[in-house]
Design a protein around this ligand. Structure first.
Ligand code: TPP
Length: 624
């Protein structure tokens, strides 16, 4: 692609210089950024609509402030592409989300302009306040800005942060990017409040114009205008729905057209000169400048590589959603809860079939779990569908509100395991480790679609806390799968001197390995409770046991098996995700990196077999 400006911008200073010399350059740069982002995201996959919506805000931020001295914190961070391009990463942007390429989220290790690593919603205001507090302690007068969407504003942590911002009085600047969308439409009372503010603000502007007109009326006009001026605050509080931010101690500026660079720059300058916390309410259009994304911002929130649109293969989430509709038909107590991700978690069919039994609570995973617990105390059977990585937020709620009370809440732990190009903030590799610490928690781990469906059914029957963890994408259909029985594993290849115990997605990877080497393979369908009978059967012949999981090995499933076999004369090796961040790449590349791809598992087994003097026959190479 050919550009006139953006390929030459190596830093925000360069951007400022170009725009100082040429007033019309700003709009041209915005256009070029849009074209470049659409081009790369269509090829590599990534977040499209959100990034197109914040191009003018990003330009205004860099034209007004001096990054990296002034800190810009991106909430979620999925909308940082224009920022990356403008801060010296123009060429690298081609490698977006590719192995060894640049990340789709802010990374402090990638650039000094990335003030704080993000990926999960609702952290920016707390992080910005932390940065501002540190600066205040060090006498540093530079500015701190948080850019946050209206969807992320619904996160509980943001309310905690605003409470603290208000009491701190520190001059942080919050830019609220209000496009009235999270991934889907923003839900909740705050969303409605913002939408009322959008319309009421027009009223205030109208009021100001009325004053101007009145002043021009001879004799009576001036006194009436003055009276209205005095009543300004009164008028505001009568006609504007309660301005929540001002009541919390922040100065509110809004609404501002979020695609008008000059208006944004003016608002940011005013905010930058303030000694107090300020919130700028910018109204934007998600997907701006790309009609398909403007018209269907949900579909274009995240797009897959090459096709430019989401894949249509039958995903685990879709299968879960369909099964849930069927189960809900048979049992009217079943309800479904999502934390702002009805489409990603496959719950759209449920929401359409049973709207009165479907609850989207906003980006509020902690709340989703406790609300489910409350419902469960009154005979309801809630299904809470959340991505594994976001359930991390609800550790205490799962433990304190669900497990200690042994309540029948079913957690649909979606995107469990490695997730690929979103990278380290999005992997679902911790859930086994943290769920294993919880009393009463049953953890099911399907290896194929049949098990996934059966486990969901079982989960509602056993009336206790249950987590069904399923990977991103699609599990295989396995024709020979045996019926699922609570707490029982499935023997796939007869245990011998060497046996693999694999779970979830790893089972399919291990089948060819076991066949190739002629060794045992057991499908650990239940991570808790474990199948003691199967373990003792394995131990009768085993010299070496390999556990394989797509979760962290520290405190994971394998660690549990190692503990259980500690008094047995058997060598146990845990294969899984190491306890360090796994960078963005494809899932296959990440499997390889973590040593859980088919070839890596095979390599490891041969190496350990040789070490312990156990002979294996490699049917592929024909060698012992
Ligand atoms: C804790 C958490 N839950 C869910 C998500 C998934 N997620 C990513 S972006 C997004 C919507 C964010 O909406 P908003 O902040 O309004 O930003 P926009 O995309 O509209 O610019 C959600 C729910 C997340 N990143 N973090």
């Amino acid at each position: 692609m050919k550009f006139h400006y953006i390929d030459k911008i190596k830093s925000p200073d360069e951007l400022k210089r170009i725009c100082r010399d040429n007033e019309s350059a700003k709009e041209a740069i915005a256009d070029e950024l849009r074209k470049y982002i659409i081009d790369v995201v269509t090829k590599n996959g990534g977040h499209l609509a959100s990034n197109l919506g914040v191009i003018e805000i990003t330009l205004a931020l860099h034209l007004t402030f001096c990054s990296p001295r002034d800190s810009i914190v991106f909430d979620v961070g999925h909308q940082c592409y224009a920022h990356k391009i403008l801060t010296g990463r123009f060429s690298e942007f081609e490698t977006l989300r590719k192995k060894d390429g640049i990340s789709g989220f802010p990374k402090r290790t990638e650039s000094e302009h990335d003030a704080f690593n993000t990926g999960h919603s609702g952290t920016s205001v707390s992080a910005a306040l932390g940065i501002a507090r540190a600066k205040a302690l060090c006498g540093d007068k530079s500015k701190t800005v948080a850019l946050i969407g209206d969807g992320s504003m619904t996160s509980g942590m943001v309310f905690e942060a605003l409470d603290d911002v208000g009491q701190s009085g520190l001059p942080i600047i919050i830019v609220l990017n209000d496009n009235s969308m999270a991934i889907s439409k923003t839900v909740g009372a705050l969303g409605s409040h913002l939408s009322r503010m959008r319309t009421s603000r027009k009223y205030i502007n109208f009021k100001a114009r009325t004053n101007d007109v009145l002043r021009k009326v001879p004799k009576v006009g001036e006194p009436i205008a003055k009276f209205l001026e005095k009543c300004k605050n009164l008028v505001k509080y009568i006609f504007v729905p309660n301005v929540i931010f001002e009541n919390m101690g922040l100065t509110y500026i809004g609404t501002v057209d979020g695609h008008d660079i000059n208006a944004l720059t003016r608002a940011l300058q005013i905010a930058g000169n303030s000694e107090r916390p300020v919130i700028i309410h910018a109204v934007t259009r998600k997907g701006k400048g790309y009609p398909p994304a403007e018209n269907d911002a949900e579909k274009y929130h995240g797009v897959s590589a090459a096709s430019g649109a989401k894949k249509s293969a039958v995903s685990n989430s879709k299968v879960v959603g369909e099964k849930l509709v069927q189960l809900a038909k048979e049992n009217e107590k079943i309800v479904a809860i999502t934390a702002a991700m009805p489409s990603g978690t496959g719950l759209i069919p449920f929401s359409e079939t049973y709207p009165e039994r479907f609850f989207d609570v906003g980006i509020a995973e902690q709340h989703a779990v406790t609300v489910a617990a409350g419902m469960a105390t009154h005979g309801i059977l809630p299904f809470v569908a959340v991505y594994s990585t976001f359930f991390q937020r609800a550790y205490d709620q799962i433990l304190h509100d669900v497990c200690l009370q042994n309540l029948p809440v079913v957690l649909g732990v979606d995107r469990a395991g490695l997730v690929g190009d979103d990278g380290e903030t999005h992997h679902g590799v911790y859930d086994i480790a943290y769920l294993l610490t919880m009393p009463n928690m049953c953890i099911m781990s399907p290896s194929c679609m049949y098990e996934l469906r059966e486990m969901l059914e079982l989960a509602f029957r056993i009336k206790r806390p249950v987590a069904v963890r399923y990977s991103r994408g699609s599990l295989p259909e396995r024709e020979d799968a045996k019926p699922v029985v609570f707490g029982r594993w499935e023997t796939l290849r007869t245990p011998g001197q060497i046996t693999i115990i694999a779970t979830g997605r790893m089972v399919d990877i291990c089948i060819p390995v076991a066949d190739n080497l002629g060794i045992g393979l057991v499908n650990a369908r239940f991570i808790n409770p474990v199948d003691y009978e199967a373990i003792s059967h394995i131990c009768r012949s085993a010299k070496i046991v390999f556990t394989v999981e797509d979760g962290i090995t520290v405190s994971g499933f394998g660690a549990r098996i190692t503990q259980l076999l500690s008094d047995k004369d058997v060598h146990v090796y845990n294969l899984g995700v190491p306890s360090k961040p796994v960078p963005h790449a494809s899932v296959a590349q990440q499997d390889e990196l973590c040593g859980i791809s088919g070839t890596a598992v095979l390599r490891k087994i041969k190496e350990k077999a040789a070490l312990h003097g156990v002979y294996v026959y490699d049917s592929e190479s024909g060698k012992i």
